[in-house]
Design a protein around this ligand. Structure first.
Ligand code: AMP
Length: 323
């Protein structure tokens, strides 16, 4: 599969790399690292990384403008379905490749490299570069490491396999990028966000079976002077609360006239519940866009039902094991 991807990359003079809407560090790092690696390997090619940027993730690198696309190759990283690709048009592409670690949703590319057990899209790009003639340097290795660290929440999840650590070890050994500073860059945040975190802890509601959720209205966003995306991303800071197995931020986004729900889980599978609300994602990290707080509350109810089932199954399992 990697050889096939490399052959396709070799064929095209113009290559565009896109990823999903609602950019996150893994999506952005995977496209930027792949762009830089292809450009380093083939300086004569025109290689663009496109999509809506985010001031918050500027440290990962710069994006390019999508212009004059003809007979080009499109590579989509970190995106399972066509509707969520952050690109204005699919015109001008003669071939499309998908490189993704989400559970399969639909085939929309000629070549689909899907590894849904990988920790991150960056992990797959690391493996691709290592196993082909694509070049790498310290900056590219560092970018890939940042995406992997962000999506695995610092190697916290089961998706971190022996391959994950072996790839990290390989890149550290060969490109000797400095770890000091990387965590600072990823995790440093302004005091106003920490204060909002305090608000979330204080006001989080908990359903009967342990779904923790917080409604972050536009008023709250303005009061704390943060942006809607940063507020929603705080969902990642609320793991390991004893009473809560599933938790969500429900954030009003006035500009786009939607409510963005970000959901995380420490056990119950949540992506199929999110899919029922036209969202999706990974088994334990999902999201959805809904039209109102009322619909978001229906989603919380459905999640509560999922936790209830999960707890019932866990008790049954314990009984069967005689614990
Ligand atoms: P987030 O909560 O935005 O960090 O997203 C967590 C995961 O869910 C990521 O894999 C996203 O790609 C996915 N996701 C978020 N929002 C949606 C959506 N509206 N539809 C499908 N997948 C989503």
């Amino acid at each position: 599969m990697y050889k096939l991807i490399y052959k396709e990359i070799k064929k095209f003079d113009t290559i565009v790399i896109a990823r999903h809407v609602g950019v996150d560090p893994d999506a952005m790092a995977s496209q930027i690292a792949l762009r830089d690696s292809i450009q380093l390997s083939f300086p004569e090619k025109r290689v663009l990384a496109v999509g809506t940027g985010s001031a918050k993730f500027k440290y990962i690198g710069n994006l390019d403008k999508l212009e004059n696309i003809q007979n080009a190759l499109l590579i989509v990283t970190d995106t399972p379905d066509k509707r969520r690709v952050d690109i204005a048009s699919f015109d001008g592409f003669s071939s499309m490749i998908k490189i993704d670690h989400h559970p399969f949703i639909e085939k929309f590319c000629d070549i689909e490299c899907i590894q849904d057990t990988a920790s991150s899209a960056c992990e797959i790009i690391m493996d691709l570069i290592k196993n082909t003639k694509l070049d790498c340097n310290e900056k590219i290795a560092r970018t890939l490491f940042m995406g992997l660290v962000a999506d695995s929440n610092r190697f916290l999840f089961d998706s971190c396999s022996p391959r994950t650590f072996s790839l990290v070890s390989y890149y550290l050994e060969n490109y000797s990028f400095k770890l000091s500073g990387i965590y600072n860059t990823i995790y440093k945040r302004p005091l106003k966000e920490v204060r909002l975190e305090g608000y979330i802890s204080t006001h989080m509601e908990v359903t009967e079976h342990g779904v923790g959720y917080i409604k972050i209205t536009d008023d709250i966003i303005n009061q704390y002077k943060v942006d809607s995306a940063s507020a929603g991303n705080m969902v990642n800071n609320f793991n390991f609360i004893e009473e809560i197995l599933v938790w969500a931020t429900i954030t009003e986004d006035i500009k786009n006239e939607i409510i963005r729900v970000s959901i995380r889980s420490r056990g119950p599978v949540i992506n199929d519940v999110a899919e029922k609300f036209h969202g999706g994602g990974h088994a334990l990290a999902s999201g959805a866009k809904v039209e109102s707080f009322e619909v978001a509350m229906e989603l919380m109810k459905a999640l509560d039902g999922r936790v209830k089932e999960y707890l019932k199954d866990s008790i049954k399992e314990e009984d069967e094991n005689g614990d």
